[in-house]
Design a protein around this ligand. Structure first.
Ligand code: MG
Length: 407
């Protein structure tokens, strides 16, 4: 059963949360006032096969600015539409002024790939602000190492070395810091990378929330490997490497004081070995993405938009454990939007898809790998999931994140 919050009506509610003169509505009194009049007109665009027509997509796009903020919002870091606007509206236009940087930035992948004297070097960075610092299945240190290793792996690179920078708050216990640093070293050994450089800054008491960590990483992309969002083609199969939502729900269980019959731990894991298994088997991987902030939904929306393909998912084939599904229903969350830290989605041509799934299932981190849908030439940029009763729902990009500070 889908959480009521993400029933089809909610899509309309989000899309029409701006009134005809462009004022943002954030109270339920306003958002609901003009929905009933609009829904019947939108429903008329659905064709006899129950598919969403181009007319309907156009009808869902509001011509007025949905999010126009003069200050940074929490949602700007949520992996959703607001973060996309910040990157594409502020960072990219400025940083791409250097010749050559524009093309690399336009790829918008988990890692940049630089050609250096015949070597293809993957390069990435990520900051970690998760709260709480320790959670079932991991801590901020483990997350900081695996997060960057995974972004390198998503470009098909073999991770080599990381940097680690710490912003510490005055008063933070050194014992806790030691525990986090030990955890980083253990994670680095597991991921077969070395932490070779770093930095430490301390901010005044009350101005740092304990500890923030930033890691950057480099890795080598093997010859012939070319994994990028713009290589995704219609007919490509969409494959996930395992069940979804564990990381987000593990964090929420601590924040909300929930306990479950089966203990639920973060899926936090290094994915480079899993990716190497695919590449060594000669699977022609078009694109991959780790399913962090914004979960599967955000990753698919970003890729559908950049590759200009549509995506059709079979909701019943998406693996979600009973514990995560139950917790999501309790918390009013949709597992497709919940963060993971050890899961990836891969786009594979149909002729190699079954072999890719077999290959993933041979690895301990890919036991529940599954084909969950396919890309289409129709409705570019739109991700639709077909539910168990044959009904379609749009898997849209949220404006922010269901759960802030998840990584
Ligand atoms: Mg990533």
């Amino acid at each position: 059963m889908l959480p009521p919050r993400y029933a089809r009506g909610e899509v309309f509610r989000e899309k029409f949360s701006v009134d005809p003169v462009g004022n943002e509505h954030n109270s339920s009194k306003n958002t609901t006032s003009h929905i009933p009049a609009r829904i019947p007109r939108l429903m008329m665009h659905e064709n006899s096969e129950g598919k969403l027509s181009q007319g309907k997509i156009a009808a869902l796009s509001c011509p007025l600015p949905l999010m126009d903020h003069a200050t940074v919002q929490l949602a700007h870091g949520g992996g959703g539409r607001l973060m996309q606007q910040l990157i594409e509206g502020l960072f990219l236009p400025i940083f791409s002024r250097t010749e050559g940087a524009g093309h690399r930035a336009a790829v918008l992948h988990d890692s940049a790939v630089l050609n250096l004297s015949g070597c293809r070097l993957a390069f990435t960075t990520d900051s970690f602000v998760v709260q709480p610092l320790f959670f079932p299945g991991g801590d901020i240190g483990k997350l900081a190492v695996f997060g960057t290793v995974n972004d390198l792996a998503m470009a098909g690179a073999k991770p080599i070395a990381l940097s680690a920078s710490f912003i510490l708050e005055e008063g933070f216990e050194l014992d806790r810091l030691r525990q986090i640093v030990e955890s980083m070293q253990k994670a680095a050994e597991e991921a077969e990378v070395v932490i070779v450089t770093g930095d430490t800054k301390v901010v005044d008491r009350g101005k740092g929330d304990g500890l923030f960590v930033t890691t950057a990483g480099i890795g080598l992309v093997p010859t012939g490997v070319n994994i990028r969002p713009d290589r995704v083609r219609p007919e490509d199969c969409v494959i996930v490497s395992g069940d979804l939502g564990r990381h987000g729900i593990a964090i929420m269980s601590v924040r909300e004081g929930l306990s479950f019959e089966c203990p639920l731990e973060s899926d936090c894991a290094p994915l480079a070995g899993l990716v190497a298994t695919l590449l060594e088997a000669g699977i022609p991987v078009h694109c991959m993405r780790d399913l962090t902030r914004g979960g599967l939904a955000a990753a698919l929306n970003e890729i559908a938009r950049h590759a200009q393909v549509g995506m059709e998912l079979e909701e019943e084939s998406i693996p979600v454990s009973a514990a995560v599904r139950g917790a999501c229903e309790l918390l009013g969350l949709d597992p497709l939007y919940v963060a993971n830290e050890g899961r990836l989605v891969a786009f594979i041509p149909p002729e190699a898809a079954s072999r890719a799934v077999e290959c993933l299932r041979q690895h301990p981190l890919g036991k529940q790998a599954a084909i969950i849908g396919r890309c289409t030439a129709e409705q570019p940029g739109l991700v639709v999931a077909r539910g168990p009763w044959g009904t379609d729902r749009i898997i849209d990009l949220l404006s922010g994140e269901q759960m802030p500070r998840i990584c």
